[in-house]
Design a protein around this ligand. Structure first.
Ligand code: ADP
Ligand code: AMP
Length: 213
């Protein structure tokens, strides 16, 4: 199963991608997590990505596309994957389509999680993230069992540097301009699934899994 997650920053892509990945036994691949791991390890790629991420802009396609295409070549992707945060531009979606079609395969579902902009700022200010396994929580809407600790791997939870309101507004602008057009792209591919992301996380998951059956 090859799945792409769509939706505004904070719509719940990461939260649901982890659940879907568990359900199907496929890897959850977040380009944002890959960039953050590179920043933490102070790699050249990380230093370059940070410049853009801090501003709420997208990391250039020249950097992002190659990185993602080589990730999905790895062994654990043989039975599919859930992409979270990629593609974010039409050229990224075109490159992914071409790389998959060269192997006679394609994206099975693009899941668009719909949440109005008004709800996004609240979600982001309370978001806490695990830097080790990519687990995502919210201090009110989806709290971890023990405050500040990841349920999944026991590591410390942190607030993301780009979750401050000014950057979130910039990220929303970037989303509407460059990423939202992908909804039409995948509609034309006949693989689009749209779900109401304002429901509780467990209900959103139920709606997604129901639609993928
Ligand atoms: P994205 O990956 O799309 O940026 P996340 O999955 O990180 O979004 O979710 C953003 C924030 O909203 C997190 O704090 C998460 O715990 C919370 N969240 C996710 N799904 C829901 C939901 N259905 N209702 C309320 N809060 C949610
Ligand atoms: P995310 O963790 O998905 O919210 O991504 C955090 C940040 O990483 C984004 O605001 C972008 O700056 C960068 N990023 C992640 N994925 C991509 C992508 N596919 N293309 C360009 N930039 C990306």
């Amino acid at each position: 199963m090859k799945i792409v997650m769509l939706g505004a920053p904070g719509a719940g892509k990461g939260t649901q991608a982890l659940n879907i990945a568990k359900e199907y036994g496929i890897p959850h691949i977040s380009t944002g997590d890959i960039f953050r791991a590179n920043i933490k390890n102070q790699t050249e790629l990380g230093m370059k990505a940070k410049e853009y991420m801090d501003k709420g802009a997208l990391v250039p396609d020249e950097v992002t596309i190659g990185m993602l295409l080589s990730r999905i070549e790895e062994d654990d992707c043989k039975n599919g994957f859930v992409l979270d945060g990629f593609p974010r531009t039409i050229p990224q979606a075109d490159s992914l389509k071409k790389a998959l079609s060269d192997k006679n395969t394609k994206i099975d579902f693009a899941v668009d999680i719909e949440v109005p902009d008004e709800d996004i700022i609240n979600r982001m200010s309370g978001r806490r993230a695990c830097t080790k396994c990519g687990g995502t929580y919210h201090i009110v809407f989806n709290p971890p069992k023990q405050e500040g600790i990841c349920d999944n791997c026991g590591s410390e939870l942190v607030q993301r540097a780009d979750d401050k309101p000014e950057t979130v507004l910039e990220r929303l602008k970037t989303y509407h301009e460059l990423t939202q057009p992908l909804i039409d792209f995948y509609k034309q591919e006949n693989v689009l699934v749209e779900v109401d992301g304002t429901k509780k996380p467990s209900e959103v998951l139920e709606d997604i899994l129901g639609a993928l059956k």
